[in-house]
Design a protein around this ligand. Structure first.
Ligand SMILES: *Cc1c(COP(=O)(O)O)cnc(C)c1O
Length: 379
């Protein structure tokens, strides 16, 4: 089955009771048993819920994986993965990581005795140099947020295998429409479903997809034991979002390209970050592992002044100023004060994240209107 057909059909089946074509929202906490232990596979909704099961199966199919696990947020999914570690274990991750992941790693798990190394992962030699005999997890996010660096997943997988570590890819920015990390050697793919996967800015959820049965068992133990599971209504919303993932992503990519090209040609724009440009430093890796280049773009205005960036953000009419990304509507953001405020200023500077950087999540509106909005806001 091809991707678009899978997005609509994989994992879901008409309701056996009524024939309802859409997966019902099983809004129930518990399930009646005929006799103690004699049930239909569902006992309690933290552990299993039929709406969630269908979503998990659909997610697994889209990534070419065997098992999907859904969580109440992307952070709950990340938290579940880090629970696989023990005190003394070490993690290598990228130095322009999603701010929430950075906060969870450094403010929560570092205090439990897990050590985190943040390196510029688009330089694989920097990753190799950070490997020790205690490296247990390599955490890739690609393209990175908000600098759109591209990390070579197959190369990271080779380093992880040599180190005896597990490789996780946070695939939130790319979705399985653009890249399928399990096929490139990753052990786990992680999502904030809140973004492109749900796609309509109406729910917060997360997921992990894996192939390995034992890893799946360990993760589902923590999923149930720690309880960061989503409700059935949210699972329904993400299932509905997935059905148009391929169509939305195609338009995000088309619009993204036009917006990136417009910005690059603009006399007041100093620099545009988008992996689809031939002169993007990681373009070759992006072209190798991604099917297209996505709708996330960052840019800096000439003069690199924070106040100019803020004035531009205040003028946007269509690019609403808001946290988050990946919805049908275009959004803008100021990473230094919004998504990445939890990363210390010095770390941000080291990673090359300027205080005047503007991040765009290009939506699926008519691109002419988006370009008009950029025109009036940049001036
Ligand atoms: C939003 C996001 C997360 C966190 O997901 P939530 O659903 O907000 O908990 C993790 N990684 C990336 C790349 C994100 O954009």
């Amino acid at each position: 089955m091809k991707f678009g057909t899978k997005a609509i059909h994989a994992g879901v089946h008409p309701d056996p009771e009524t024939g309802a074509i859409m997966t019902p929202i099983y809004q129930t906490s518990t399930y009646v048993q005929r006799s103690p232990g004699d049930h239909k596979g569902f006992e309690y909704s933290r552990t299993h819920n039929p709406t969630r099961t269908q979503l998990q199966d659909a997610l697994a199919a889209l990534d070419g994986g065997k098992h999907g696990l859904a969580f109440a947020s992307g952070m709950a999914a990340i938290d579940c993965i880090v629970k696989l570690l023990q005190p003394g274990d070490e993690v290598i991750s990228t130095n322009d990581l999603y701010g929430g992941s950075y906060r969870l790693f450094t403010k929560v798990y570092a205090t439990y005795g897990i050590k985190f190394h943040f390196v510029p992962m688009h330089d694989m030699a920097a990753v190799e140099a950070a490997v020790t005999e205690r490296t247990k997890l390599i955490w890739v996010e690609t393209p990175t947020n908000p600098l759109l660096n591209v990390i070579d997943i197959a190369a990271a997988s080779a380093v992880a295998k040599k180190a005896g570590a597990l490789l996780v890819v946070d695939n939130t920015f790319s979705t399985p429409y653009l890249q399928t990390p399990l096929e490139l050697g990753a052990d786990m793919v992680m999502y904030s479903l809140t973004k492109y996967m749900g796609g309509h800015s109406d729910t917060v959820m997360g997921a992990v997809v894996v192939n390995d049965d034992e890893l799946h068992q360990r993760l589902s133990f923590y999923q149930n034991a720690c309880g960061g599971t989503p409700g059935p209504q949210d699972c329904f919303l993400v299932l509905r979002g997935l059905k148009t993932l391929h169509v939305r992503m195609q338009r995000h990519c088309e619009n993204g390209r036009k917006v990136a090209e417009y910005l690059k040609a603009h006399p007041k724009v100093e620099k545009v970050y988008w992996p689809g440009f031939q002169d993007h430093p990681n373009h070759a890796v992006a072209a190798k592992q991604m099917r297209d280049f996505g709708g996330m773009i960052s840019f800096v205005l000439k003069g690199d002044r924070k106040e100019d960036a803020i004035a531009c953000l205040e003028k946007f009419q269509l690019f609403s100023l808001a946290e988050s990304l990946g919805g049908v509507e275009s959004l803008s953001g100021h990473p230094a004060t919004m998504t990445h405020a939890s990363i210390p200023a010095e770390e941000r500077r080291k990673a090359g994240l300027s205080d005047s950087l503007i991040r765009l999540s290009v939506g699926i509106e008519d691109v002419e209107d988006l370009i008009d909005d950029l025109k009036q806001a940049i001036g």
